[in-house]
Design a protein around this ligand. Structure first.
Ligand code: AMP
Ligand code: ZN
Ligand code: FE
Ligand code: FE
Length: 292
């Protein structure tokens, strides 16, 4: 039986609602699923309110974009996943509010840049890409650009305008990684280094140093199993996890139509995360913050 511990819902930039994700996970016979939206736990709340079927295990989660440790400059997305967090934790929610405000301030600035480049879109075009509970970001702006015919696809929008170092990119506030780890832990969660393969780290000793630093900050796991990881990368991350006493997690980063090539549970087709990954994760964790 497979699981998927990295899933975005319509509360962030996924195209399926939390309720639809739970239904789809059940239909696909997944053993466990976690909703891990960017900077919000609204989707987690909606999924719990909708009820979890008996056959499915549900794990609360979120994904935070953090800044890298100061001793580790470079580019690439540094994301932390938090599993089993209590969605009502006050400190966590204060941080999320700050991140949400940062997004609200950033979106109009991106739109302004696009306007000045001759692409007239407004905030309403972007808001229309989500529902009333959606925390908007670049993927929604990308969708609006597709709809207006300025780009051919979401990837095209990122490649030409929205990605880091592209002309409409605007930076946003990030939590320091030690702070993010502390906040997740404080909310009863397990902090996990998301998709390490997406960081541009070629030299093994550099990766090793990063893992050592993060572990000292309280990191508890590595998302070794991820559709975009090569077999060599997966091997490297599994080995690092075992050597540093870290948990292994895995998930597809399912976003629905925003990343149409990625399917819930199976990624591009042959991706699989075994159920025992979930069992080990909850065994090492305080069961009181686990659901179902
Ligand atoms: P934001 O949180 O607003 O900065 O947007 C980040 C999200 O945009 C990521 O989680 C991805 O879903 C998506 N994204 C980032 N870079 C790209 C890219 N190069 N192509 C397509 N989607 C991307
Ligand atoms: Zn995303
Ligand atoms: Fe991510
Ligand atoms: Fe993600």
């Amino acid at each position: 039986m497979g699981i998927d511990l990295h899933v975005h819902s319509s509360a962030s930039d996924g195209s399926f609602s939390p309720i639809e994700i739970i239904a789809l996970a059940e239909e696909l016979d997944l053993g466990a699923v976690a909703i891990t939206d960017h900077d919000t736990v609204d989707g987690v709340r909606q999924a719990l309110a909708g009820g979890i079927p008996d056959r499915l295990q549900f794990l609360t989660g979120l994904e935070i974009s953090a800044s890298r440790p100061p001793s580790f400059p470079g580019s690439g997305s540094f994301h932390l996943l938090g599993y089993g967090i209590s969605p009502d934790d006050p400190t966590l929610n204060l941080t999320l509010e700050k991140l949400q405000t940062a997004r609200e301030q950033r979106n109009p600035r991106i739109i302004e840049r696009l306007n000045s480049m001759g692409m007239p879109i407004d905030l309403e075009d972007v808001t229309a890409q989500g529902d009333e509970n959606t925390l908007l970001g670049r993927p929604h702006i990308a969708k609006a650009l597709v709809e207006k015919g300025y780009v051919t696809s979401i990837n095209d929008a990122f490649d030409r305008f929205l990605a880091t170092d592209k002309p409409a990119y605007v930076d946003k506030y990030r939590v320091n990684c030690d702070n993010a780890i502390e906040i997740i832990t404080g909310a009863g969660g397990v902090p996990v280094f998301a998709h390490p393969g997406l960081l541009d780290i070629r030299q093994p000793h550099v990766f090793e140093k990063l893992i050592r630093e993060l572990t000292a900050m309280g990191l508890r796991g590595i998302e070794a199993l991820y559709p975009e990881h090569s077999p060599d990368q997966t091997e490297q991350y599994l080995e690092a996890a075992s050597r540093h006493g870290l948990l292994v997690t895995g998930g597809t980063d399912f976003h629905g139509t925003i990343k149409p090539e990625i399917q819930l549970g199976s990624g591009t087709g042959n991706f699989h995360v075994p159920y025992d990954i979930y069992e080990i994760l909850i065994e090492k964790h305080d069961a009181s913050t686990m659901y179902n």
